[in-house]
Design a protein around this ligand. Structure first.
Ligand code: C2E
Ligand code: CA
Ligand code: CA
Length: 558
């Protein structure tokens, strides 16, 4: 930790030197020979002074003049001032206190008393400036400290602003109590302060949002991304904690710190899929296309009541034959003002608060009804997989709903499948993982979603049983230009087959990708190459056309 900085203002050199001699062991001392010089030093804003020791009687501008300036410049609430004077009249003291001085002591002074006094004044000023939970700066102090810091550097454009957000603090609070939540916040803060990035100014802004200013040359995005997932022992249970961040590389000398924070935050809100890449860098023209958390929550219940959520179906094609095999149910929000919204714009907000479970129950029920309807129409039977969030398993009604769907219902077992992401798997406790084994024993099919997107490990495949693995889009993207990825995909498919697991490749868009996947023995392909997600009506048409052409996969029916 750097030493804190003290500004000593006294016209008598011997007094300045004497004070500096007492203080320099614990503080960095800056000296001003009169009020004018002191004001110039404060005005520069290059040094963040923690405290000012101020003489009253001085030539040019006296101590009162300095206090008046500090009031005008709004500094008096930021930097505490201790008056050091030989004037022991009541009127001198009163006037100084009226102008905002924190304390006053008379010359000649006793060194140990001065040190104590500075200590206690600083303690109270810290209480005002700091975030009580982490002990670091609060928002207001961060804004000022960051500004001062940037004034002191040679080139602002060598720095960047980070905005961090913890994804599942709410869940930790709800499940384990707010004390554990607080512990998590402190840990996150300490991690930031001590990270390899060595940020220059750090703060918790509010709730689970943190900011820091750091030198660009020290930023290693891979490394910071790796820190965005950590496993924590909470109340004796191992829980995964995920975070994400937005980053703004300062590219404009005139921009305020508060605007820098806005940019970094906006970048954070533009993260497409945090399990693939837990950060996003600000770009000019990045618009606020994500619904704010508060907004999504406020509107969610309304949306549910007004039946604004739609189930879209994305076809999944049997790779070797090109026949239609199944579909994935994906939610869309038909928002009365904002139009058709993609899940990426509101699911993160819902996940944070457990509302996602309501949505997932809705999806499951809706898909079940639709499949029954289709069956009655005599349409070909095509299984549909629904997405589950890890939060769902902490919800009794969701667990009940899932079991009710499968227990003793042969038709549902064939028709409805469950997709669980590998990140969800990792976040779940053992009890809930066992739940999957029960579901599988009941005959439900489980898909491991997004494999290869984030922190995949072979341990995952080794330890858990599932029926189908979904290779993440990020793999498929690399088919064209990364020979290593091609080898990994080929070997993954082989490995899965040896373990009796089928493979769906997600997000295939080009002929070349599809061709490669077929040659690699991939079982199923889902991607824009075949079709985007379709409304229920459009999907029925799509399926009917395939049925008419005799192109319904045998595996769909089996
Ligand atoms: P996911 O489960 O990985 O779903 C696949 C996503 O990839 C879908 O995005 C789909 O539209 C998109 N996609 C499919 N093929 C292609 C392609 O060829 N190119 C590109 N660029 N994209 C393709 P979508 O519908 O925006 O869903 C995003 C995510 O939202 C889903 O990722 C899933 O994690 C989540 N989600 C969607 N519906 C639900 C739901 O009902 N419940 C829960 N818990 N999560 C859902
Ligand atoms: Ca999925
Ligand atoms: Ca997926």
């Amino acid at each position: 930790m750097d030493k804190r900085k003290i500004l000593i203002v006294d016209d008598a050199e011997i007094n300045r030197e004497a004070l500096a001699a007492i203080l320099e062991e614990d503080y960095d001392c800056y000296l001003a020979a009169d009020g004018e010089e002191a004001i110039a030093m404060l005005e520069e804003q290059k040094v963040c002074y923690s405290i000012v020791l101020l003489d009253l009687v001085m030539p040019k501008v006296d101590g009162y003049g300095v206090l008046e300036y500090m009031n005008r410049a709004n500094l008096i609430s930021e930097i505490p001032v201790i008056i050091v004077t030989a004037d022991n009249t009541e009127s001198a003291a009163l006037r100084a206190y009226m102008l905002g001085a924190s304390d006053l002591f008379l010359k000649p002074y006793v060194p140990s008393v001065i040190l104590k006094k500075i200590d206690s004044v600083l303690y109270f000023s810290d209480q005002k400036r700091n975030d009580p939970l982490t002990g670091g700066f609060n928002r207001g102090t961060f804004l000022k400290q960051a500004e001062t810091f940037l004034n002191s550097v040679q080139n602002r454009k060598d720095y960047a602003m980070f905005y961090f957000d913890i994804n599942n603090l709410k869940a930790v609070n709800q499940m384990f109590g707010s004390e554990e939540g607080d512990r998590l916040l402190k840990l996150f803060y300490n991690d930031l302060v001590t990270s390899e990035t060595r940020p220059d100014v750090v703060a918790r802004l509010e709730a689970d949002h943190f900011v820091c200013l750091a030198e660009k040359s020290r930023i290693d995005l891979e490394r910071i991304s790796g820190r965005m997932v950590r496993s924590m022992e909470i109340s004796g249970k191992k829980v995964h904690v995920y975070a994400r961040f937005g980053l703004y590389y300062i590219d404009d000398d005139t921009i305020t710190v508060s605007k820098m924070i806005d940019h970094a935050k906006l970048a954070k809100e533009n993260i497409v899929d945090a399990s693939v890449k837990p950060y996003c860098v600000y770009e000019a023209g990045m618009s606020d296309k994500y619904i704010g958390q508060a907004e999504a929550l406020a509107e969610f219940e309304n949306g549910m009541e007004n039946d604004e959520f739609r189930v879209y179906y994305q076809p999944i094609i049997e790779a070797q034959t090109g026949h239609l095999a199944s579909a994935e149910a994906l939610v869309r929000w038909e928002h009365p003002e904002k139009g058709l919204l993609s899940p990426g714009t509101f699911i993160p907000a819902l996940e944070k608060n457990g509302y996602i479970t309501k949505l997932d129950i809705y999806m499951l029920e809706n898909v079940r009804k639709r499949l029954d309807e289709r069956e009655q129409e005599g349409a070909p039977l095509l299984p549909v997989s629904v997405n589950l969030s890890w939060m769902d398993f902490y919800d009794e009604s969701m667990r009940e709903c899932i079991f009710k769907t499968f227990r003793g219902n042969e038709s549902n077992k064939r028709k409805i499948r469950l997709e669980v992401t590998e990140t969800s798997y990792a976040a779940m406790e053992q009890d809930n993982r066992n739940l999957f084994d029960h579901l599988r024993e009941l005959g439900a099919k489980i898909l491991l979603d997004d494999f290869g997107s984030g922190y995949s490990s072979f341990g995952m495949i080794e330890s858990y049983d599932f029926d189908i693995l979904k290779l993440d889009m990020s793999f498929v993207r690399k088919i064209e230009n990364n020979p290593k990825s091609r080898t990994i995909i080929r070997k993954m498919i082989e490995l899965c087959h040896e373990l009796g697991v089928k493979v769906v490749a997600e997000g295939a868009e080009t002929e070349e990708q599809v061709q490669f996947l077929k040659e690699s023995g991939c079982d199923y392909i889902q991607g824009y190459y075949y079709s985007k997600p379709l409304s229920a009506v459009d999907f029925a048409q799509f399926a009917n056309a395939y049925a008419k052409a005799g192109k319904i996969a045998a595996s769909a029916v089996s």
